[in-house]
Design a protein around this ligand. Structure first.
Ligand code: NDP
Length: 297
């Protein structure tokens, strides 16, 4: 029997991908072409290569055009920026994603700054971070957008709820806090210098954990009935099974005795990220074509 308190991100993501795919033919009909997503991979990092492959596959499955650019790890920053500028000017490309991390000799910020903000489907460009902060239409980073979708699906209106976001990265924590504020939550941001984290977590109706520390947040810290979104992906060794396994930032088994709902790891937030990337690509394609945002996404 499945536990109703476990939020099934995998099923939600599959549904979102299907909804995005169902809207592609209408765009194609108006624009005369499919939405296009360009993904740039530098070097041979095996995890990044897996992500890029699955992004390409998901893009094609949604009926969109996928453009993959694989560059050698020795590529210069200028060469990479020149490619990003070409993609920014390419009419067939609606979304550009540069897979991070980049090699040490390349400055991430300079590369992201070269992406046309209208095609910045990762939402990392400062223009999009700024638009999100001031409440204008922005490209919203995929992981926090996926977290928000899961929260709204489970809780409906979030107005007035106490939300604690643990982690303040530009990719997860900061945009997540902005999104929750936009939904009228009372938002607290916690980080490595936060005092008495346990007490901060104890008053939260919503906890979003994006830290990167295996099972750091214990079940007993959580307010009874809280909704927990566990963004963390941590590989730990399982001596008994003689292999490694993935765990989140929250001790899920313990938390189940306290929470109203929680995302499992794996199968919670993870699958939402690619689904939101497809969603953002379709939205970018509509905006670039002068069309209203597709409804229901
Ligand atoms: P970062 O390392 O950039 O940020 C981690 C944040 O956690 C920092 O703000 C840091 O605080 C804070 N932190 C570290 N230790 C503590 C502590 N003891 N108590 C409270 N806060 C602490 O990580 P990311 O934001 O990139 O990723 C976070 C996690 O989410 C990782 O496990 C990553 O793998 C996962 N992730 C999952 C994705 C998905 O698709 N599901 C996508 C992206 C990330 P400070 O700022 O003070 O250093």
């Amino acid at each position: 029997m499945t536990d109703e308190r476990l939020i099934d991100g995998k099923a939600f993501a599959a549904d979102l991908r299907a909804r995005v795919g169902a809207l592609v033919p209408a765009f194609r009909g108006v624009a005369g072409r499919a939405p296009g997503l360009a993904v740039v991979l530098v070097g041979e990092d095996p995890a990044s290569a897996v992500y890029v492959r699955s992004k390409g596959k998901a893009t094609n499955e949604a009926g969109m055009e996928s453009f993959e650019h694989r560059l050698d790890a020795s590529v210069s920053q200028d060469e990479l920026i020149a490619l990003v500028e070409r993609l920014s000017a390419d009419e067939a490309v609606d979304g550009i994603l540069v897979q991070l991390p980049l090699p040490d000799h390349i400055d991430d910020k300079a590369v992201i700054a070269a992406i046309d903000p209208a095609k910045d489907v990762d939402g990392f460009h400062v223009v999009n971070a700024g638009r999100l902060a001031v409440g204008e239409d922005a490209m919203i980073p995929c992981t926090p957008l996926g977290c928000l979708m899961l929260l709204k699906d489970r809780l409906g209106d979030l107005t007035g709820l106490d939300a604690v976001v643990i982690g303040r990265s530009n990719i997860v924590g900061k945009p997540m806090a902005q999104l929750l504020l936009r939904e009228n939550c009372t938002v607290t941001m916690a980080h490595s210098r936060t005092r008495d984290l346990e007490d901060v977590v104890a008053r939260a109706d919503i906890v979003v954990a994006g830290v990167g520390r295996a099972e750091m947040i214990r079940g007993g810290w959580l307010k009874p009935g809280a909704t927990v979104i566990d963004v963390g992906i941590n590989r730990v060794s399982d001596a008994e099974a003689g292999k490694t396994r993935l765990v989140g930032d929250v001790a899920t088994a313990e938390a189940l005795a306290h929470v109203g709902a929680i995302t499992p790891v794996p199968g919670g937030v993870g699958p939402m990220t690619i689904a939101c990337l497809l969603r953002n690509t379709l939205v970018a394609a509509h905006r670039r074509a002068g069309l209203a945002d597709p409804e229901g996404l």
